[in-house]
Design a protein around this ligand. Sequence first.
Ligand code: SAM
Length: 222
Amino acid sequence: MAAEAEQSSYFVREIEKNDGCILKMKQCYKGDVGCVVWDAAIVLAKYLETKQFCDPASGVNAWANRDVLELGAGTGVVGLMAATLGAQVTVTDLEDLQTLLKVNIQENQALISSGSITAKVLKWGEDVSDFLPPPHYVLMADCIYYKQSIVPLVESLKLLAGPETCIICCYEQRTEGVNPKVERQFFELLQQSFNCEEVPLDKQDPEFSSPDIHILHIRRKL
Ligand SMILES: C[S@@+](CC[C@H](N)C(=O)[O-])C[C@H]1O[C@@H](n2cnc3c(N)ncnc32)[C@H](O)[C@@H]1O
């Protein structure tokens, strides 16, 4: 009975990888915004598979053995994609999301061979010493959406990013309500310490991309 109840409290979103394997992401009917896979997460996950990171012709796989930290991971799809590509990943979110993250790691473990993935709590603005030295990559999808988070989120990025760290941020540009103001405030604060470069649509996955979903490479100002 308990197992049945647990099964029925999830619904699954499938994301097909370029190699034909399928990430099966459990999402919850009840819960906060992190309980479902957002479009920005799919766009970012599929971007990780593009030619500039993984080129079967040249043999380039930029994810192999790279330390990757995902912020506000929600279901964990972005981090899971990176782990299947060979990265050593830590997916982070608030305490409430840890069960879902662990369920999804378990569900997709068979797709991970040389990489690895662990779920941990990281609340933006709090101690990051568990996540240092700075990772090669910090990934974040749809994490810019409420005012109170902006200062702590940028603070975490400043503490986590070393001179070599590449932050890849994917967000959906929303025009309603407070969203434009929140985005503007985030980027104004971010640009005091970081340089941002937008990834053009033709460098993204041709199917899983959209003009209102932006991908940025963000690096510390030297
Ligand atoms: C819109 S959801 C995006 C989830 C996932 N990245 C995706 O795109 O599918 C935003 C995520 O940020 C997390 N989050 C919000 N505030 C946070 C904070 N102060 N510290 C850490 N994570 C936070 C939420 O729990 C949620 O999982």
